[in-house]
Design a protein around this ligand. Structure first.
Ligand code: GLA
Length: 388
């Protein structure tokens, strides 16, 4: 098991026993780019995870080691600033959040690594942030709530990775529950779990192989465009604090007051929020076909109006749509690459994987990686390792 390898690596490098923590990546069934608009999302934590071995070292030095990259990074606790080593920024960003809350963070050692593919839209960065946040909370006895840890991890992403992300990814990593998806109201932060049985319907991720390099600049731009739309609506409807409060009719009525791009961005978000609510009802009714139709509509909106898809993702969704046993498919996460999420009937699983891999290779010329995922619990501390 990976956690044992990390613990052994930690022991070899630092010569004492660490605390072990597991932090999952996430999928999002529906509700994309709604979180920073105060809307709804429907994510789940998955069995693609990052593991951490962490211990306090009694000095003022922070020693970080990426097991997957086989790279180390050292700095003093007074030097938790954004730097050129990108992977270290996520970890330093978390430490800085503890410090901002007045917590004195002493020197510590950390070895981390895992199975969440990078840049695939499965929130590897949130898993890294949330895992260290929980590890430090446990080691320092700060006893912060999971919501507080999620907020700190989100701010680490804002301040040290430069992405003005919403709270979905960090929330999903910390609040995941085995066998359940969670609907989060990103404004009130109220949430509700819904059972999702992956025995009969599998969640299959298809990795387009395109890294979402455009993602952070375009992501921040989408946020601004949404805010521009809200500013227009608010002149007429002071109660509209975010797109969550807006209706398609309001948008339509004031369309001439905004640019076409801003209108389409806002329309997508308003419709996507309605889709999440409808999709949750379908889930409760056990109607996966209707749920899947909401997913296809979500993809169409992301492609045509929000414009965060790319050709490879569109091809994947189009292929999936024609394969028997597929309930629904769409791009997932920030966009511009990464994975599509597909809901596939178990009886058709093998034929689905074979068909989509062949068709993708033929049409795009990239070998397709697929991941069959199960839904797991959120970040947790693992039992102490007995022997390395
Ligand atoms: C990224 C962000 C999330 C969310 C999604 C899009 O994953 O980190 O906060 O906005 O994109 O739904």
């Amino acid at each position: 098991m990976l956690a044992h390898l990390l613990a052994a690596s930690f022991q070899r490098q630092f010569n004492y026993s660490p605390l072990l923590v597991r932090a999952p990546g996430r999928v999002n069934l529906i509700g994309e780019h709604t979180d920073y608009n105060g809307g709804f999302v429907l994510p789940a934590a998955i069995d693609k995870e990052i593991y951490f071995a962490v211990g306090l070292n009694g000095t003022e030095t922070v020693r970080l080691h990426s097991y997957d990259k086989d790279e180390s990074y050292t700095a003093t606790v007074g030097e938790m600033r954004r730097g050129n080593t990108l992977w270290a920024n996520y970890l330093k960003g978390v430490v800085a959040q503890f410090q901002k809350r007045g917590v004195t963070v002493p020197g510590f050692d950390c070895v981390f690594g895992g199975t969440v593919p990078m840049g695939a839209g499965l929130s590897s960065s949130a898993a890294v942030e949330c895992g260290l946040a929980l590890a430090l909370d446990a080691l320092l006895g700060t006893n912060l709530s999971r919501l507080e840890l999620a907020r700190m991890a989100q701010l680490a992403e804002h301040e040290f990775a430069g992405v003005q992300c919403g709270i979905m990814d960090q929330f999903a990593s910390l609040f995941g529950r085995p066998g359940h998806v969670v609907r989060l109201d990103c404004r009130s932060l109220e949430y509700e779990y819904f059972p999702f049985n992956t025995d009969s319907c599998h969640i299959v991720l298809c990795n387009s192989g395109v890294k979402h390099s455009l993602a952070s600049s375009e992501y921040n731009l989408r946020r601004q465009e949404c805010e521009q739309g809200v500013a227009v609506l608010r002149q007429h409807y002071p109660e509209v604090q975010s797109l969550r409060d807006a209706t398609p009719e309001q948008l339509h009525r004031h369309r001439p007051e905004m640019s076409d791009v801003v209108y389409r961005r806002c329309l997508y978000v308003v419709q996507e929020n309605l889709r999440v609510e409808a999709a949750c009802q379908h889930l409760m009714d056990g109607d996966l076909a209707a749920f899947g139709r909401q997913m296809y509509a979500s993809h169409a909106g992301l492609r045509d109006d929000y414009q965060v898809s790319c050709r490879e993702l569109d091809v994947l969704v189009q292929i999936a749509q024609g394969i028997p046993g597929v309930y629904g498919a769409r791009m997932m996460g920030g966009g511009f690459g990464g994975c599509t999420i597909n809901l596939v009937d178990v009886a058709h699983l093998d034929s689905f994987t074979q068909h989509i891999s062949e068709a993708y290779q033929r049409q795009v010329g990239i070998p397709l990686e697929t991941y069959h995922t199960t839904i797991v619990g959120g970040v947790d501390v693992l039992e102490p390792v007995q022997k390395f």
